[in-house]
Design a protein around this ligand. Structure first.
Ligand code: 13P
Ligand code: 13P
Ligand code: MG
Ligand code: MG
Length: 373
């Protein structure tokens, strides 16, 4: 069996500073402390702890495979410990995404979001991990389509013979709990028909069609479907593999030249433009947003993340770049238009989406006062 390396990005809102703004240092320190010990004990080979807004992100590289109970337990225990600290500090929404009390071997379905990818390392394996706040799982549908199926975005689809066979997309129906695989370019129209409905159909995996090489994996958690009511947003994470017969890192980032609308701004109930930002700006302020996304570049190397001379993983903060200023400007322009609309659709999510959240309580309160016409 060839040696395999697994990239696990597991995230959770364990509590935050000043409302849903940002994960403060004491909570990041819990992640740093626990993953350091896990590395010393040989459970993981590399890690990087960061935050996007109020979501604590644990990036771990190891050789235990996907859905490994030890890795998931490590993340679960870390989130519990950080949530307890948040509770002591009386931070906001302490333990927000920890929807179940007990760990049962796999963190999926318990609240935290998970993107994992087990790969056989190529000669050189560039990876881009994405994480976003104040949005939801389907917000990667559009960029994933652009990256792996749109020849107007990804030149490689046209000029790299290694990509000529196209890519296969796994689409999860988050309402029915079913999934389907569609192949591009042949089934492009059917794919768009589904994943254009971003609140229901979510791209969870992408493979290169000719050899089933896994090249993207994203989280598909819908917290409201677990909790039965609105408890917080399903701020998503994603891992994408690039270069050498796959989209170049520049092609992976190209969809973010322009902003686009995602579901999940303020109270999980509004559409908002996504703002690509560097880590220092990965915090939500205006109307609890605008929704932010970071992209971190790294190289997978011998079971871990390629490190510098001091043994620190080398992480490229890819959106911390004036090249994305246009997108950020578009974000603000669009945000200002939407906010002028207040609570009028389509600034606010549709009634169907609100049905999973808080609107039913308002309707219930008025129920007796409705008269036949
Ligand atoms: P790859 O050969 O790794 O796909 O790189 C092509 C390139 O030059 C990207 O800009
Ligand atoms: P989070 O899901 O990021 O905690 O945001 C909750 C919210 O309601 C912000 O307005
Ligand atoms: Mg929160
Ligand atoms: Mg969040």
């Amino acid at each position: 069996m060839p040696k395999k390396t697994t990239i696990s990005l597991i995230k959770c809102d364990v509590g935050s500073l000043a409302g849903h703004h940002v994960v403060p240092k004491p909570l990041l320190d819990v992640g740093e402390k626990n993953l350091k010990v896990a590395k010393e004990n040989g459970l993981i080979n590399s890690y990087y702890v960061f935050n996007v807004g109020d979501d604590l992100q644990l990036l771990m590289v190891h050789e235990k495979g996907e859905s490994n109970s030890e890795i998931h337990q490590l993340a679960w225990n870390t989130f519990q410990e950080a949530a307890n600290k948040a509770m002591k500090l009386k931070l906001y929404g302490a333990g927000q995404d920890l929807l179940k009390n007990a760990f049962s071997g796999n963190i999926r379905g318990l609240g935290p979001g998970v993107a994992e990818m087990e790969i056989e390392e190529r000669k050189s394996d560039p990876i881009v991990v994405f994480a976003a706040d104040k949005t939801s799982a389907g917000s990667f549908n559009l960029p994933l389509f652009r990256i792996f199926a749109d020849p107007m975005n990804t030149a490689g689809l046209i000029i790299d013979p290694e990509m000529a066979g196209g890519f296969k997309f796994e689409v999860v129906d988050a309402q029915e709990g079913k999934k389907v695989v569609l192949k591009c370019p042949e089934e492009m129209y059917e794919l768009i028909a589904l994943i254009g409905t971003v609140e229901r159909y979510i791209v969870s995996r992408v493979w290169r069609a000719r050899d089933d090489l896994l090249c993207a994996s994203s989280s598909v958690t819908r917290l409201s479907l677990i909790a039965g009511k609105y408890v917080g947003k399903d701020d998503p994470v994603m891992i994408v593999r690039g270069q050498h017969g796959l989209p170049a890192v520049g092609e992976i980032l190209a969809p973010f030249m322009h902003s686009y609308l995602v579901a999940g701004w303020m109270r999980g109930s509004h559409w908002g433009p996504i703002m690509p930002v560097g880590l220092k700006d990965a915090r939500c302020t205006l109307f609890d947003g605008p929704p932010r996304m970071v992209a971190l570049g790294l190289q997978i190397s011998n079971g871990g993340i390629a490190c510098d001379d001091e043994g620190k993983p080398m992480i490229a903060d890819l959106f911390a770049d004036p090249a994305f200023d246009l997108s950020r400007k578009e974000t603000l322009k669009c945000a200002s238009m939407l906010r002028r609309m207040g609570e009028f659709e389509p600034a606010r999510l549709s009634v169907e989406s609100m049905e999973y959240t808080t609107l039913p309580q308002v309707i219930a309160k008025l129920k007796e006062r409705f008269q036949p016409i």
